[in-house]
Design a protein around this ligand. Structure first.
Ligand code: CTP
Ligand code: CA
Length: 228
């Protein structure tokens, strides 16, 4: 339904959504990143806002980064994204759709790296980035949002990877999709979600990312309405 019209079952709920890629600098002009479009995160943020939620949208530099009706917090690196998420707490729910870079350059150069005339390539040292979803999932009760939801993009055995990831991250729900070559999920309008909670696995079937967003927003509204 349209913004501001229809039932607003998430009125008064604050929900954090992370979205897009992160961008990890090598030097002032170069970085490592990934091809996340921000399409799914933006669709979810807009669906939640249209259900009446106060949405805090923490986004890396993405093609889709301006959901209507949301407060937008632009960031670049994973470390900045973690800081923005922590600063946005407390929240009733947090949804992690961002494709966070798993590593960053240990010591980005303040000066632009120059090409070595002998043709020697630079060696880059990496360090692990903070796992924002795991950090928020493991916050003490009272600080932790009541509902923490992760995403997973996998190749290979989707359900096995997803079930392991749900346990490892400590989140309540996990939405997994298959990003094998040819799936078209990365950047495209459509996806196929396998939904996991602590007990069950549910195949939502092929559908648009907008439809997934509506379905997830409805499910969150039902969860809160049930008194959790
Ligand atoms: N995530 C996060 N912070 C990170 C890495 C991931 O918040 N540093 C979140 C993502 O937004 C997503 C979930 O964790 O909701 C799963 O991300 P994914 O990259 O699939 O998980 P990883 O634990 O990094 O495992 P791998 O990349 O090895 O599959
Ligand atoms: Ca990862």
């Amino acid at each position: 339904f349209a913004h501001g019209k229809g039932p607003r079952p998430l009125e008064g709920r604050t929900i954090i959504v992370t979205s897009g890629p992160t961008r990890e600098p090598i030097d002032p002009v170069r970085y490592i990143s990934n091809a996340s479009s921000g399409r799914q995160g933006t669709a979810i943020a807009e669906a939640l806002a249209s259900h009446g939620a106060i949405v805090k949208f923490v986004t890396g530099p993405a093609e889709f980064a301006k959901p209507r009706g949301c407060e937008i917090f632009p960031v670049e690196t994973a470390v900045e994204m973690e800081g923005a998420v922590i600063a946005a707490l407390p929240a009733d729910a947090a949804i992690f759709t961002a494709a966070v870079a798993d590593w960053r350059i240990a010591a980005p150069s303040d000066a632009k790296l120059k090409k070595d005339v002998s043709g020697t390539a630079p060696e880059l040292d990496f360090v692990a980035n903070p796992d924002i979803l795991a950090t928020v999932s493991h916050l003490p009760a009272g600080e932790r949002p009541a509902l923490v939801i992760g995403f997973a993009a996998e190749t290979g055995n989707l359900e096995t990877h997803a079930r392991n990831k749900l346990a490892r991250k400590g989140c309540d729900w996990l939405l997994a999709n298959d990003v094998s070559p040819g799936s078209g999920v990365f950047g495209g309008p459509d996806t196929r979600i396998l939904f996991l909670d602590g007990t069950a696995t549910d195949d939502w079937g092929p559908q648009s990312k907008t439809a997934v967003a509506e379905k997830l927003a409805d499910r969150i509204a039902k969860h809160f309405a049930a008194g959790s």
